[in-house]
Design a protein around this ligand. Structure first.
Ligand code: SF4
Length: 348
């Protein structure tokens, strides 16, 4: 992605020649309590639709990420490393130095209208959360969703942010004309673990309220149970509590994903672990001795347990590569007749 200068003479702006080399950005801070200590770097990009590298394990090819960095501040966030590519710190800097592509909606609309675009699925929330707190101020997603709706372009969103509820009407409009997938990420429901490991996120129960609201409006919503954190969130009673809560929310599926610790995230997570759970450091070093992923036997064990619980509570596990059908709703809402063919939820 390349950057262009914003009006350097504006009141709160300064050309930041450090952040992106020779390119300039506008840097702002806001006094509102929810943004205390957070700095926003507003940039104008030249492209917003990114192709996922071929070697990726992700089941999608195109992504849109209007933000870099995330105030949700999850200690395990795998996207931390991407901040270093911008010359920013991957620890506290990732949590508090937020890069905002302020022209994301117009860039996307332009790309969707270009002759070379073939209407492929676009995944959002795949790098950082597009419904993090910054979205409340910058309001980029309504323009992005409107562009996708107007071009009937299929898309999916994965989020921990309850702010997505603001855009429910737009999402319903889009679901009438194209495939729309919504997934919410809830790895555990343990309150103590949430407060320390995901300090900037809405509480797990609030996230499940999002699921409840979406399903109440006829838009099926899956839960990505991620991450399951070894030795802290993987006890049988914890898994049961999480799956039971997910089922009670009306989620259509639950997909477990064990914590992975890629470079950047690994150092930050391990330093957090050393402060909060020092007795676990050696166990983690052994469990992740071979790299970023927990051993296959451990991943299989968690997957099996979650799938068994999902069956017990009456929700289906999402199976990789199997698109799930979601009800398309007409103008009359959930009880109304389908306006289009059933839409498809792409597994994130
Ligand atoms: S919400 Fe997602 S993107 Fe944001 S810090 Fe947490 S894991 Fe990272």
């Amino acid at each position: 992605m390349r950057w262009e200068n914003l009006s350097p003479g504006s009141e709160h702006s300064r050309a930041d020649t450090v952040l992106f080399g020779a390119e300039a950005v506008t840097t702002r801070t806001f006094d509102a309590p929810e943004f205390r200590g957070v700095t926003f770097h507003e940039v104008r990009a030249r492209s917003i639709v990114n192709r996922v590298p071929g070697a990726s394990r992700m089941p999608f090819e195109w992504t849109v990420n209007p933000y870099r960095g995330c105030t949700h501040a999850c200690v395990y966030c795998f996207a931390r490393r991407t901040h270093s590519r911008l010359g920013l710190d991957t620890g506290l800097g990732f949590d508090s130095q937020i890069v905002v592509t302020v022209n994301a909606p117009e860039l996307l609309r332009h790309r969707l209208a270009s002759p070379g675009w073939r209407g492929e699925h676009i995944a959002m929330g795949t790098n950082v959360d597009c419904y993090q707190r910054a979205e409340g101020r910058y309001r980029l997603m309504p323009g992005i969703l409107a562009a996708l709706r107007d071009h009937a372009n299929p898309f999916s969103i994965l989020t921990k942010g309850t702010l997505i509820l603001r855009d429910l009407p737009l999402l319903k409009e889009a679901a009438r004309v194209t495939d729309v997938g919504v997934s919410v990420s809830v790895g555990f429901t343990d309150e103590g673990l949430w407060r320390t490991a995901e300090p900037g996120t809405p509480a797990p129960e609030r996230r499940l309220d999002v699921v409840r609201t979406f399903t109440g409006h006829g838009i099926d919503c899956g839960v990505l149970m991620a991450p399951v954190i070894p030795f802290l969130g993987d006890r049988p009673d914890q898994l049961r509590a999480a799956v039971r809560a997910v089922a009670a929310s009306g989620a259509t599926s639950v997909t477990p994903l064990v914590l992975h610790l890629r470079p950047g995230a690994r150092q930050w997570f391990m330093s957090w672990l050393g402060r909060h759970h020092p007795y676990l450091v050696a166990r983690y070093e052994r469990l992740y001795a071979d790299g970023a992923y927990a051993p296959k036997w451990y991943q299989r064990r968690i997957t099996r347990q979650v799938h068994e619980l999902a069956e017990e509570y009456g929700i289906g596990p999402a199976r990789a590569g199997t698109p799930r059908r979601i009800r398309a709703v007409g103008p009359a809402g959930p009880a109304g007749p389908p306006a289009v063919e059933p839409t498809r939820l792409t597994l994130l």
